[in-house]
Design a protein around this ligand. Structure first.
Ligand code: X8Z
Ligand code: ZN
Length: 607
C-alpha cells in the first residue's frame, strides 16, 4: 500500500471506480440475512486482493507526482488515490456486515483492519478530499522563501534554509530563515482547514468521533488507552529532557548572551540548529564538554572523500547485510531518487516506498553528505528491510506491527553506529577511549532526547484540531501553547496574522500521523537493549553495536517478518521478551549523561 512508512493508511489501493453505489450497499447490508463465516472469509480474501492490486497503481502515480511535481502528475495522482479511497470506503462499509461473526483470529484481525479507514460515500467529497491531500503535499514540496520578492535569485528552498539553520550562529540570519520558511504555510492554510473538515466527515461516516480518534485506534487498544500510554511515557522521560534543556539554555546563554537567551521561560525557537527545533545535534560544537574532541560527526569525512549518495546508501545497506539480511534488489538502485534533481520540483522530505509489496522498493531522498542524512538513510532502509521481510505475509498484514515499529527499525540500527563501528568502516579516524563517552552521549541526546517533546506534541495539536476544539484562527495559538509547554521554546517573533506555523512541518500538510515517531523513539531503545542482549553484550548500552552479529540479526528479522499479522505487543515480545512500551531503556542508555548534566547544570548555574 502507499508508502506505508510515511503515508496514510486510509488512502488504500484500488482499481475500479464504483462511485455512487456506496449508500445503497450500506443499506443492503442491513436488510440481508445473517452472513456465514465462509462468506466473511470470501469477502476478506477478495477485498485483500483488490486493495493490494489497486495499491500498486496509486503508489506509482504518487511516486511520479512526488518526484516530478506538475499539474498533470498532480491530477493523475489525485485520481489514483480517489479510486483507492472509493474502494477502501466501499470495503470498510461492507465489512461491518461480518462484525458479529466469530471468525478465526487472522480473519477477525483482517476484518478489523479493513474498518480502520475513513469512508466518504459522496463522490464529490472523495474528489475534493484526494485533490486537497495531493495539492497540499505538492505545495509544501514547492515552497520557497524569496527574501527579495520578485527576485528569483533571492529564493531559497527548504534544503537551503535548513542549511542556514544548521550552520549559522547569527541570530538575525537564523530568525530571517526561520520566519521566511514559516510564512510559506499561510498559503495553504485554507486548503488544510477544508481538508480537515472532509477528513472528519469521513471518520464520522465510519463511526469514529473524528480523524484523531481514528488515528489513535490503530494500536491494538482503545484510543483513550493509547493516549494515556503516550502520556505515561512522556512523564517517564521528562526529567531527562528537562536536564538537557537546562544545560542547552546555560550554554546558549554563553554563546548568544542574556539578551537573546532568557534565564527562565521558553527559549527562542530559531537557536537550536534545526528549523523545527526537533533535533539539536547541529549545536554539538557549541555544547560539547571541555576536553572532548570526538563526536559522531562523519560529515567532514564524507565531504572530503567525496562519498556520493549511492555510496552513502551502500554503507547503510552494508549494515543490514552484516546482520544476515538480504542485499537490496538491483531495482532499488535503479528506481530510487537519491539526489535532488536540478530540473524539476520534487518533494524532498525523505520517504520509503513499497511500490508492489514484493521487491519493487525505493527511497526518495535529497541526500547531502552530512551526518544527519547518513543517519536518515539508515532510517529509510529500516522501512525498506521491514517491507522486504514481511512480503510473504498476506496483503493486509504487509505493514508494521504498528506505525511506531516501522519508524523504529532503522533508528535502532543507527544506534549501533558507535564510534567503533564508524572506525571499522573507515569513516572515523580514531576510536575514542571511554573517557570520551560523555561527548558521544551528549551528541546522541541532542538527537534523541531533544526530539521527545516534539514527537509528542505534534499530534497533541492535531488531535485537538481534528476534534474541532480549535478553529483555524487559533491554530497558531494552540501550536505555541504546546511548543512552550512541552519543548520549552517560543516563537522568535510575534505571531503572524492568520499564521499557520504547524503547517511548516512536512507531516501536517502531508497529513502523516506523528505520534509514531514518539513511540519509535521509545521503542528503538527497547529494541537496541534487547538485540545487544541477544548478541551477548553486557557493557554500557551506548557502546554496543550489533554490526556483523548474525544472532541479533536473526532475532530482529523474525520480528520484521511478522509484519502486522499479530497485535504489536506480540511482536515486541518476540524481540524483547516484554509486552509493554517502556522508557527505562532510553533512561538506562542516557543514565551516565543525566548524572553529568545535573552536575554541569549546578556548576553553570552558579557562574
Ligand atoms: O519524517 C521522518 C523520516 C521519514 S518517515 C525522514 N522523520 C521525522 C521527521 O523528519 O520529522 C524521522 C524522524 C522524525
Ligand atoms: Zn520513517
Amino acid at each position: 500500500m502507499p508508502d506505508k512508512s510515511i503515508s496514510k493508511r486510509f488512502v488504500l489501493p484500488m482499481a475500479l471506480a464504483i462511485a455512487a453505489a456506496l449508500p445503497v450497499l450500506a443499506m443492503a447490508a442491513t436488510t440481508q440475512a445473517a452472513p456465514t463465516v465462509a462468506e466473511a472469509e470470501k469477502f476478506i480474501k477478495a477485498a485483500e486482493q483488490r486493495l493490494e492490486t489497486l495499491g500498486i497503481n496509486s503508489n506509482r502515480a504518487a511516486w511520479v507526482y512526488e518526484t516530478h511535481i506538475t499539474g498533470d502528475t498532480e491530477a493523475m495522482s489525485a485520481q489514483a488515490s480517489e479510486q483507492t479511497l472509493t474502494a477502501a470506503s466501499e470495503i470498510a462499509l461492507q465489512a461491518r456486515r461480518y462484525n458479529k461473526l466469530k471468525l478465526p483470529a487472522d480473519s477477525a484481525r483482517k476484518l478489523k483492519l479493513l474498518q480502520l479507514n475513513l469512508v466518504l460515500s459522496q463522490a464529490a467529497d472523495r474528489e475534493a478530499y484526494t485533490r486537497l491531500a495531493t495539492t497540499l503535499a505538492g505545495e509544501y514540496g514547492k515552497a520557497k522563501y524569496c527574501s527579495t520578492p520578485g527576485d528569483a535569485s533571492s529564493c531559497k528552498d527548504l534544503g537551503q534554509l535548513e542549511q542556514i539553520m544548521a550552520d549559522s550562529r547569527d541570530p538575525a540570519q537564523l530568525k530571517d530563515a526561520w520566519i521566511g520558511w514559516h510564512k510559506q504555510a499561510i498559503k495553504y492554510k485554507d486548503n488544510y482547514a477544508q481538508y480537515v473538515a472532509l477528513s472528519n466527515k469521513g471518520a464520522r461516516e465510519m463511526g469514529y468521533a473524528d480523524t484523531g480518534a481514528l488515528w489513535r485506534s490503530q494500536y491494538d487498544m482503545p484510543p483513550e488507552q493509547f493516549a494515556a500510554e503516550t502520556e505515561r511515557l512522556w512523564q517517564q522521560v521528562k526529567p531527562l529532557y528537562d536536564s538537557l534543556h537546562l544545560y542547552v539554555r546555560l550554554k546558549l546563554r554563553q554563546t548568544y548572551g542574556p539578551d537573546v537567551v532568557p534565564k527562565e521561560g521558553p527559549i527562542p525557537a530559531h537557536l537550536f540548529g534545526n528549523m523545527w527545533s526537533q533535533t539539536w545535534d547541529n549545536l554539538y560544537p557549541l555544547l560539547k564538554p571541555q576536553g572532548q574532541n570526538t563526536s559522531l560527526d562523519v560529515g567532514e569525512v564524507l565531504k572530503e572523500r567525496k562519498v556520493d549518495a549511492v555510496q552513502m546508501t551502500r554503507f547503510a545497506e552494508g549494515f543490514y547485510t552484516s546482520l544476515g539480511m538480504e542485499k537490496l534488489p538491483a531495482s532499488f538502485y535503479e528506481n530510487s531518487m537519491l539526489v535532488k534533481p536540478r530540473d524539476r520540483e520534487v518533494v524532498c522530505h525523505a520517504s520509503a516506498w513499497d511500490i508492489d509489496t514484493l521487491t519493487d522498493v525505493r527511497i526518495k531522498m535529497c541526500i547531502n553528505p552530512t551526518t544527519e542524512d547518513f543517519t536518515t538513510i539508515h532510517h529509510e532502509l529500516g522501512h525498506i528491510y521491514y517491507d522486504l521481510a514481511y512480503r510473504k505475509q498476506p496483503g493486509l498484514f504487509k505493514n508494521g506491527a504498528n506505525d511506531g515499529f516501522h519508524e523504529a527499525i532503522g533508528d535502532t540500527i543507527a544506534l549501533s553506529m558507535t564510534p567503533e563501528y564508524l572506525k571499522k568502516i573507515g569513516l572515523l579516524n580514531e576510536v575514542p577511549d571511554p573517557s570520551q563517552d560523555i561527548g558521544v552521549l551528549l551528541h546522541r541526546a541532542l538527537e534523541k532526547v531533544a526530539f521527545l517533546p516534539f514527537g509528542y506534541l505534534v499530534d497533541q495539536w492535531r488531535w485537538q484540531v481534528y476534534s474541532g476544539k480549535v478553529e483555524p484562527k487559533d491554530y497558531d495559538k494552540l501550536w505555541w501553547e504546546l511548543r512552550e509547554k512541552y519543548q520549552g521554546i517560543k516563537r522568535p517573533a510575534a505571531m503572524e496574522e492568520n499564521g499557520f506555523d504547524a503547517g511548516a512541518k512536512y507531516h501536517v500538510p502531508a497529513d502523516t500521523p506523528y505520534a509514531r515517531y514518539f513511540v519509535a523513539h521509545i521503542l528503538q531503545f527497547q529494541f537496541h537493549r534487547a538485540l545487544c542482549r541477544e548478541a551477548g553484550y553486557t557493557g554500557p548500552l551506548n557502546r554496543c553495536s550489533i554490526f556483523e552479529n548474525k544472532k541479533a540479526g536473526a532475532k530482529y528479522q523474525a520480528m520484521l517478518s511478522m509484519g502486522q499479522s499479530r497485535p504489536w505487543p506480540e511482536a515486541l515480545k518476540q524481540v524483547a521478551g516484554e509486552e509493554k512500551m517502556d522508557a527505562s531503556a532510553i533512561l538506562d542508555y542516557f543514565a551516565p549523561l543525566k548524572v553529568w548534566l545535573d552536575a554541569q547544570n549546578k556548576e553553570l548555574s552558579r557562574q
